[in-house]
Design a protein around this ligand. Structure first.
Ligand code: ITT
Length: 180
């Protein structure tokens, strides 16, 4: 079974491809920037963006919207994670976190799947902490500053794929759509 993943982010695609393999799903990359609908929740953004894309793409596809939510910053950068990463990056986040005792954070991923007729969404979440400095060479985005069980996601390599928010969202998605 093949399914199209529309994303501009190679890191996301690589992670999804490996997870798909375990489900016998071949995840095919359609590298495309699309206009991301703005909204207050990842579900709203993913669903509305998929709706716009479905008018253009005639076959089944999924997109995934994700973000880092930091407790001490009231959930920032949340739905703005992509923009914040491109502007202030990991160094900027570490600066904002200087002097903060509560370093708890969550990654959340929402998959929106268009089956040719309707859109369904699937969610995944992982809890961790913001590190004090960047560590590790693997992964992408905020991985070097996201601590899970004493290691950053960027230090975990493929181990990250066992516990990530994307893994959980995709598992929900693959198991409910392709495992029937
Ligand atoms: P799309 O084309 O799929 O939208 P994007 O990179 O713009 O790709 P998002 O809008 O979902 O993705 O923004 C998510 C941001 O959060 C982006 O900067 C990612 O680098 C970061 N992010 C998401 N998942 C991550 C993960 O597993 N590890 C590290 N950073 C992550």
């Amino acid at each position: 079974m093949k399914v199209l993943f529309i994303t501009s982010n190679r890191g996301k695609f690589e992670e999804a491809r490996k997870i798909g393999e375990k489900y016998g799903v071949e995840v095919e990359w359609k590298r495309e920037e699309y206009e991301e609908y703005q909204g207050n929740s990842l579900e709203e953004i993913a669903e509305k963006s998929a709706m716009v894309l479905s008018k253009k793409i005639g076959e089944p596809f999924f997109i995934e919207d994700s973000g880092l939510f930091i407790d001490a910053l009231n959930g920032f950068p949340g739905p703005y994670s992509s923009y914040v990463f491109k502007t202030i990056g990991n160094e900027g986040i570490l600066k904002l976190m200087e002097g903060k005792d509560n370093r708890e954070a969550r990654f959340i991923a929402v998959v929106a799947y268009f089956d040719g007729e309707k859109i369904s969404t699937f969610r995944g979440e992982v809890k961790g902490e913001i590190s004090k400095e960047m560590r590790g060479m693997h992964g992408f985005g905020y991985d070097p500053i996201f601590l899970y069980d004493g290691k950053t996601f960027a230090e975990m390599g493929d181990e990250k794929n066992k516990v990530s928010h994307r893994r959980k969202a995709l598992e929900n998605f693959f198991s409910s759509i392709f495992n029937q």
